[in-house]
Design a protein around this ligand. Structure first.
Ligand SMILES: C=C(O[C@@H]1C=C(C(=O)O)C=C[C@H]1O)C(=O)O
Ligand SMILES: [Mg+2]
Length: 470
């Protein structure tokens, strides 16, 4: 890695092109600078004109790390490989080995980093719905706004190739974007829509069958998801959905990955794994109940959840698997003995955090591979549950339920589990929600639980919410 003092990008891009010729390999030129505060949603919106279909959005629930990517400086993809996690890691390591950082200081969450994710199950039969999303797909954005602990940074990445010309006025584009971002106003509007549930009765039948599989001792837990489709009379505005999610779901990770005409978007409360230096942090989140209408009803529902046998089993299966995975990879593991409650606007969950220190240089993507899918989205035992999902589930999960997130050049990063999410395509939204099925699961109450899990996306789409009373 070479560090150079800040200056015009053009000169550094020329250095990058020269080096690329010498070394016969792509070279990243990356500039980081601190800028005045900009609303991340406005920056996302400002990219609409030139980078529609190539935008990413990420915010963690604490808002300590917010990142918005515009444009694609480089894409790393993998379809069909049996080692998609390892492949992304090795391609990324190769690319960042020869970077020119045009700055002396690139704090956590800035500099060259990848955004992206994985599909849930590369072996499941694919429908055309997820055509634009590979089994593993990551993007190094051309421009990235990072808001880290309240400070705002702009990273500009260019991947220099041997035969590249140096005509592009990157500095000018950067300035135009920043100016545009200050002027825009995002309007969130409500439009009527039509909602279609895909095979709800068949889904309840599959829940019944999965619960029987558990009682027969074939598996301990299986997670089954279902789909609803929402049709608008005009195309859905991603920025307006994001703005609603931001306002309505402050306890969740907020994410959007645009790929051409498709955008995978959501507000997930579930962390898969975070790595900062050698600290790993993961979360077991499973077991659900609705929110109360009054504070006392809410508390009594939380207490009911904390002592409900079916939900405790759903949760405990996740805790056992995650702790075992962490024990293989970490020292100094800490985790509470009993679950707590994690509350969002529409739902409350049983929640157990687990943290540890990486041993023997275990990498972030190695941990993602070890954990995915946890029994919160797959089941237990893992392979058997995945096979059952392939057999029983009526939909193509695509990236739903998968690890999505970011990774930097020093192996810091964070992945969430892509739930409470949907795929937007033109004027249609495909939404997904699932439930952990154990021996005591009842189809109708699991159906109601999925209805609560659809609420965050349905309300963010700006439509009327389907109220369910159990
Ligand atoms: C599968 C989903 O959520 C998962 C299932 C839960 C459950 O069944 O109680 C709770 C949280 C998540 O682990 C989803 O939201 O789609
Ligand atoms: Mg459940």
């Amino acid at each position: 890695m070479v560090m150079i003092q800040q200056g015009s990008m053009k000169a550094y891009i020329q250095k990058g092109i020269n080096r690329s010729k010498e070394m016969s390999t792509p070279i990243i030129v990356s500039r980081v600078r601190e800028i005045k505060n900009i609303d991340p949603l406005l920056f996302f919106d400002a990219g609409k004109k030139d980078y529609l279909g190539e935008r990413t959005f990420w915010a963690d629930p604490t808002n300590q790390t917010i990142m918005v990517g515009l444009g694609k400086a480089y894409t790393i993809k993998n379809d069909g490989s049996t080692n998609r996690f390892g492949r992304i890691e090795s391609d990324w390591k190769r690319l960042i080995k020869n970077q020119i950082v045009v700055d002396n200081y690139a704090p956590y969450g800035t500099g060259p980093l990848l955004f992206g994710g994985f599909s849930f199950d590369p072996l499941k039969d694919k429908t055309g719905l997820w055509d634009r999303f590979s089994d593993a797909q990551f993007v190094l954005p051309l421009f990235m706004l990072s808001i880290i602990d309240g400070k705002t940074w702009l990273t500009t990445n260019v991947v220099c190739q041997q035969d590249m010309d140096n005509e592009c006025e990157i500095d000018l584009i950067e300035d135009t974007l920043l100016t545009a971002a200050v002027k825009i106003q995002i309007r969130t509007e409500e439009f009527p829509f039509e909602k279609t549930e895909i095979e709800p009765v068949k889904w309840m039948d599959s829940v019944k069958e999965a619960a029987k599989n558990v009682r027969d001792g074939e598996v301990e837990k299986i997670v089954l998801a279902r789909e609803i489709r929402v049709l608008f009379s005009q195309s859905i505005k991603t920025e307006s959905v994001l703005a609603n999610l931001k306002e309505q779901q402050p306890m969740s990770y907020l994410f959007a990955f645009e790929n051409g005409e498709s955008c995978f978007i959501g507000a997930s409360p579930e962390r898969l794994i975070k790595k900062e230096k050698d600290e790993f942090l993961t979360t077991c989140l499973a077991g659900s109940i609705k929110r109360g209408k009054t504070q006392s009803e809410d508390e009594s529902l939380a207490n009911e959840l904390l002592s409900d046998q079916k939900n405790l089993v759903e949760h405990d299966v996740v805790v056992q698997m995650i702790k075992e995975a962490m024990q293989g990879a970490c020292t100094e593991i800490t985790s509470p003995n009993e679950p707590g409650i994690y509350k969002m606007r529409d739902i409350q969950h049983l929640f157990t955090p687990v943290s540890g220190r990486s041993k023997d240089g275990v990498s972030l993507l190695e941990m993602v591979k070890k954990l995915h899918p946890t029994p919160a989205l797959g089941g237990q035992p893992q392979q058997k549950a995945i096979e059952k999902i392939r057999e029983l589930e009526l939909l193509d999960r695509g990236w739903y339920g998968s690890p999505i997130g970011w990774i930097d050049a020093h192996d810091n990063g964070e992945f969430a589990v892509a739930i409470r999410s949907g795929l937007l395509q033109g004027n249609e939204a495909y939404l997904f929600a699932g439930c952990g099925i154990v021996g005591d699961s009842e189809p109708e109450s699991e159906y109601n639980e999925t209805n609560i899990k659809f609420k965050p996306m349905l309300s963010a789409l700006g439509g009327k919410i389907n109220e369910v009373d159990e």
